[in-house]
Design a protein around this ligand. Structure first.
Ligand SMILES: [Zn+2]
Length: 499
């Protein structure tokens, strides 16, 4: 029996608001789409939490034997400043303010996004499509929705007709919002408005003369609406119906609601079997937001450069911290919580180092101990298969860390386990830490070691110099140089740089 059959996944589906057994459309394969960033500014920690959570889900699906096609897009056009199809395109605005090409903005922040995710040890998705790379497909879908009578054109812009759609389908089924209430709340349409109803949304926008991002279309020069790109790209790469669609909770309405409507209108099919939403980050109990001044960029967090931070915390400590709560719960940032996470992370990695250094030696098998370890290994899978409960999985890993420490201290012998169980233990204990939870040893320790060794050699070289042993001083300098470490003698002593 394969691992995925042995430990079937159940997950909380935001669409049905219930926990369901996970049954992918094709038994061995999973199609997963996650809404990526709008690349007009640095990615902040709240966004990172979402991507880190889906990285863990992706990793677990792979670990238990699924073939996964993971699509995460880059939004590089069409995301306006507010949800009511008003305001400037976020990327065009940034380009205008900084006097750069929009694609320079896109490239700059896409690079930054990738750098940050790499630091947090995220696996790259299988496909990372961008909205501007799929303009033709988006125009085709707009035309299709027009042909089906569920969209209308006004003055070069095309809007999705929500009321018409709702006659035969159900708009609001993901968010639970009622169309009548949506029609009554908020600002009313005025004579300036092009929409027939205020809840309609743009799928193609006419570009004003000053708008720098524009493409030819049957309706004149314009650009696609934000919600459309995800429908087009998920359909193109994962099919009309696919398994998992994820994103932050803040995208549930209107973005994901609109995605469903566009798909159902175009293909007649519900696009997604399981909707997964991650919860937000809070700071000392308050929602993290730019306007409250309590949002950090990852770089600020690493350096400890923020008034709310006592000091810096590493990427792996933050990753560990994120894993300590369920992806659908809020997660509260505080110095105390991060300090505790740092301790936990270090303890776990110490266990990992012990585990990788152990080798089996036959002894007398202790049946009780053997049964407990087997149970713990099973619990690792059971907890992750239970809606990806990383917090409970970590608790089991800590029980096993105690076992590793006991092996090291001689309180237990590896021979108290059968060889098969010992091998399973090491394989999955280390596999869950690195492959599933995505934790790794930080470079920090190595850097400290390198600087310690170089400082020691500089001291030896100074001693050799004092003893007029110039052959040795030159040798130390030249050998270090060959390794890429350059020494520079100055008044304050010797400094070094690493190439
Ligand atoms: Zn999206």
């Amino acid at each position: 029996m394969s691992l995925k059959e042995q430990y079937p996944i159940t997950l909380y589906n935001t669409l049905t608001k219930s926990k369901e057994k996970f049954e992918p459309i094709h038994p061995d394969r999973v199609g997963m789409y996650v809404c990526g960033p709008t690349v007009y500014s640095d990615v902040h920690l709240g966004n990172v939490r979402t991507f880190m959570s889906f990285d863990m889900i992706y990793r677990y699906l792979l670990y238990i034997g699924y073939k996964v096609r993971y699509v995460r897009n880059i939004t590089d056009v069409g995301h306006l400043e507010n949800d009511a199809d008003e305001g400037e395109d976020k990327i065009a605005k940034k380009a205008r303010l900084e006097q750069l090409e929009p694609m320079e903005i896109v490239q700059h922040y896409t690079n930054g996004f990738h750098d940050v995710l790499k630091q947090f040890n995220l696996l790259p998705p299988s496909i990372e499509p961008s909205a501007t790379g799929h303009i033709m497909e988006q125009i085709e879908m707009v035309q299709d929705l027009l042909d089906k009578g569920l969209a209308y054109e006004v003055n070069g812009s095309v809007y999705f007709d929500v009321t018409k759609y709702d006659e035969k389908h159900s708009y609001g089924k993901l968010s639970g919002r009622k169309i009548e209430e949506m029609m009554e709340s908020g600002r009313m349409l005025d004579s300036q408005d092009e929409k027939r109803n205020k809840i309609d949304f743009a799928i193609w926008k006419k570009a004003s003369p000053s708008h720098i991002m524009r493409w030819n279309s049957p309706w004149g020069e314009g650009f696609p609406g934000w919600h459309l790109e995800c429908t087009v790209m998920s359909t193109k790469y994962l099919g009309e119906t696919f398994d998992i669609h994820g994103g932050g909770m803040d995208l549930l309405f209107p973005h994901h609601e609109c995605e469903i409507a566009q798909s159902v209108a175009s293909t007649g099919k519900d696009p997604v079997k399981y909707w997964l939403h991650t919860n937000m980050l809070t700071v000392n109990g308050q929602k993290m937001s730019k306007s409250l001044g309590n949002s950090f960029l990852p770089q600020e967090l690493f350096a400890g450069e923020h008034e709310l931070l006592d000091r810096g915390y590493s990427a792996m400590v933050v990753r560990f911290f994120n894993l300590q709560s369920h992806y659908s719960s809020t997660l509260d940032f505080s110095n105390e919580a991060l300090t505790a996470a740092e301790k936990g992370y270090k303890r776990l990695m110490e266990g990992y180092r012990i585990a990788t250094g152990l080798s089996y030696q036959a002894g007398t098998v202790d049946t009780e101990f053997e049964a407990k370890i087997k149970q713990n290994i099973g619990e690792l899978f059971e907890n992750m298969s239970d809606d990806f409960n990383s917090a409970k999985t970590l608790a089991v890993l800590f029980e096993l860390t105690t076992t590793m420490n006991n092996f090291k201290a001689g309180n237990n012998q590896v021979g108290q386990l059968s060889e098969a169980t010992f091998n399973e233990l090491i394989k999955h204990y280390t596999g869950f830490i690195t492959d599933v939870l995505g934790l790794k040893e930080e470079q920090e320790g190595n850097q400290q070691l390198v600087s310690g060794v170089v400082e020691m050699l500089i001291k030896l070289r100074n001693d050799a110099k004092a003893a007029k042993n110039y052959a040795l001083t030159d040798k130390i300098r030249d050998d270090l140089k060959a390794l890429g470490v350059s020494l520079k003698d100055g008044k304050e002593g010797t400094e070094y740089t690493i190439d």
